[in-house]
Design a protein around this ligand. Sequence first.
Ligand code: MRU
Length: 348
Amino acid sequence: MNDTDKFDSVRALRYESGRLHLLDQRLLPLQSTWLTLHDAESVAQAIRALAVRGAPAIGIAAAYALALDAQAHPSLRGAELRLALAEAFGALRESRPTAVNLFWALERMDRALAAGADAAGLLAEAGAIEAEDLAANRRMAALGAALLGDHAGVLTHCNTGSLATAGMGTALGVIRQGFAEGRIREVHACETRPWLQGARLTVWELLQDGIPAVLVADSAAAWLMAQGKVDWVVVGADRIAANGDVANKIGTYQLAIAARHHGARVMVVAPTSTVDMGTAGGGSIEIELRDPRELMELGGQRTVVEGARAWNPVFDVTPAALIDAIVTERGVVERPDAARMAEAFGSL
Ligand code: MRU
């Protein structure tokens, strides 16, 4: 165990004996309940319902989902197995639109099939996707922590930790590493309305590992910056376009605007599986709209008058011009723009 491993104990996804086990993130932190899933359709449903969430974790779950269904076709491989899995591919593709890691993982599984994979080959590919994600997170943690400087005040948004990835996390990996290296003065976590990924998941995850985190209402972030409490806003991403625009959890954009006003810097931490060089700019990214009831209920209890309407986009796009650094496992792109992105990721 190295120093950082002490701060990385949580895991949310486990493939074992032909079943996918998911820590149900709808119930945390009040209950730790594991779901046991047998087929791709139930994994697609778990992704839609946010039982598993976070861009990299969605991709990993989708890859294992295909391996689950492939078990029913032990004698098929390659194109024939691809045909047998067509419905599973379709259901997974429809589960959530914004995180490109989902489509990246499905394409990688498709390529394995094109190369003749059978059920065992698909399981090996899913395992490789998971292992590579953990390795990428460890590399990004080191790169990102080095940018923090000393005694940094850090603000994060949503949940980008071990719950959202194969382990360690993206932005939360940088925070884990920064904390292990003694670089962080204080961590604040936005509650992340309406689904409360920050309040329910990030604060729980950090406290599991003994990292003190202070919760703030999303609407307190600018005021927190005005108190000089934030040197870095450190966030993840669901899709990074070819010009460096970043789609991430709703609220990231306003954090970046407030950060620029207060002289705080913005670090986006994401593996290359989140970089989508096929999308020119943020304007072309599909932003998921979810059920307005997520805004009108708390714990299943209606809080808004019957007949009211609500708009519930769950991601936004932060323009590249508001981002100071994009950290991937390949390195750091400072002040991203189309030319720097092409230089770093042109070969993707
Ligand atoms: O709706 P969610 O909870 O899946 O949204 C998650 C985020 O926006 C994360 O910031 C992003 O996926 C990066 S997770 C490493």
